[in-house]
Design a binder for this molecule. Sequence first.
Ligand code: GDP
Ligand code: MN
Length: 379
Amino acid sequence: MKIHEYQAKEIFGKYGLPIPKGEVVTTPDEARNIAVRYEKPVMIKAQVHVGGRGKAGGIKYCKEPDDAFFAAQEILGMDIKGLIVKKVLVTEAVDIKSEAYVGVIVDRVTKRNVIMVSPAGGIDIEEVAAKTPEKIMKLGVDPLLGLLPYEALKLARFVYPDIKIARSAGGVIRKLYDAFVHSDASLAEINPLVLNNQDDLVALDAKINLDDSALFRHPDYENLRDLDAEDPAEMEAKRNDLSYVKLNGNIGCCVNGAGLAMATMDLVKHFGGEPANFLDIGGSSSPEKVLAAMKIILNDPNVVVILFNIFGGITRCDDVANGMVWAVEKLNPRVPIVVRLTGTNEDKAKKILEKLDLSATSSMEDVVKMAVNEARSVV
Ligand code: GDP
Ligand code: MN
């Protein structure tokens, strides 16, 4: 789950990280009031779940309270990379001597939490990694020992040669690591970590991605969810207990089981097609779930064919077939459907599908080839 900068800063604050004071608002008047109260220049910052807000015009420096009013007026309602700004953060402006990067991610290859630091902050870390990888220092944290103080100091020294500043940056890195671990994040990032004219460190920006699978351990995080900012199709899928991830291809995939869904996408690619989505309707699929799945797939305008790949174990093929009949009657799909069904109640299912003039194959390879050919004939 992605959360907003102001929410990430709240969490960072609880772990003792230095964050500038700020408040989130939804109207220009409130923005002005805060600027009046702070009695100093403020930044108005768009709260949307994407980076690069600065470049997109979603961050403005405001010397006077009236500037804050007009900046908020301009930024609220702005479209940043397809997301509409509904809230802005009003935060005290910080003077900047240098900008660094500090982040923690889960690295699947080394199976460790990896801390990354760079003196080249304020820009995309991917860009730094691609163009000047020598400006990044990485450390995989031992899961049993945790982050050791000297390791944090070593990372900090890479960014700040001055030992006094490095000591304080070492503290920032340790607190960030604490915040990352205890909030069950998959990513925690300060970009930029700013050194101001008084040589104090400030987390000017904050990003945390929370691990969905660990949210049950943090009931208080549920109200951090911003329904406006989530992908509507993925929300709809979640409501119906389906796992859905939108991709950029044109073959809509409807599969039972995450492993089979991955294998289906691999095979689609193998035969030269492009999946429009990952969709796992789950192990015990009811007709209702099939209807919901078809609805989500058909809402994607790129989809030119729907590929069903059902391996009936606990899932009963006739349940899925009934769902398909129901969905076709209700949704009147604009695209052809190809079906592979095998396993529990396969014969019953095939009879049911005759009603739709659909023939189901038992071979995964055949059905994927059919889908790819169908997609090719359309494009
Ligand atoms: P992002 O573009 O979405 O990553 O948003 P950031 O919060 O990282 O801000 C982008 C850039 O705006 C920073 O790298 C700074 O250069 C600038 N910026 C943001 N807040 C301040 C501030 O308080 N003072 C100054 N001088 N610049 C700021
Ligand atoms: Mn940033």
